[in-house]
Design a protein around this ligand. Structure first.
Ligand SMILES: Cc1cc2nc3c(=O)[nH]c(=O)nc-3n(C[C@H](O)[C@H](O)[C@H](O)COP(=O)(O)O)c2cc1C
Length: 182
């Protein structure tokens, strides 16, 4: 099977996930790893499965990825799977955290899901995990989303570790599950 792993990453978090997807895909398949700006949509027909990844920007996938997804034709011959990293909460825990998670990264998964609905893509699901924020984003999150100092200190200590070993292990599992279906 021919697999393409393509991604947008500004500060390297999503790139780490892309590399693990590529390594895992390469074990029994022919896998190519490429930044999204280097990929032309016409090239996609050469592949059977395409992993598309993005940093979360402004609660959705980053603009270069949104632009790229728009160019994907209806009912393509290849299957697509998604991945993204974001700094704010995962949708786990109490209602407040789940709402904050939806508000600050919820569009990412919806945008991927829209491919299935709007373009009849054979969509294999998505992987997400947290990624350490850059200093300006860290400041933004503290000022706007997590104002309480105690909650902030706890949050920051944790988010700075991501993507961690567990995230990378989960990435491998995500890929293996998809590949085992083919
Ligand atoms: C301009 C910008 C906007 C961001 N907006 C969000 C956001 O809305 N929600 C969120 O959870 N993280 C947001 N982040 C944090 C990134 O999604 C997070 O740090 C991600 O892991 C970065 O991935 P990268 O290292 O591959 O660029 C933003 C980062 C930047 C630079």
């Amino acid at each position: 099977m021919k697999i393409l792993v393509t991604y947008f990453s500004q500060t390297g978090n999503t790139e780490k996930i892309a590399q693990v997807i590529h390594e895992t895909s390469s074990q029994n398949n022919e896998s190519t790893l490429k930044k999204i700006k280097k990929v032309k949509v016409e090239e996609l027909d050469d592949f059977d499965l395409i992993f598309i990844g993005s940093a979360c920007h402004d609660s959705d996938l980053a603009k270069p990825v949104l632009k790229f997804l728009k160019k994907i034709p209806d009912s393509p011959r290849y299957a697509i799977a998604g991945f993204y990293t974001h700094s704010t909460f995962l949708p786990e825990g109490d209602e407040r955290i789940i709402k904050l998670s939806e508000r600050w990264s919820g569009r990412c998964s919806e945008t991927f899901e829209d491919l299935k609905k709007e373009k009849n893509v054979n969509f294999k699901g998505y992987f997400r995990c947290q990624g350490i924020p850059s200093p300006p984003i860290e400041q933004f999150i503290h000022k706007t989303i997590i104002k309480d100092n105690e909650e902030w200190a706890e949050f920051l200590e944790e988010v700075k570790k991501h993507p961690n070993e567990n995230d990378l292990e989960n990435t491998k599992k995500f890929v293996q599950d998809i590949l085992s279906e083919f």
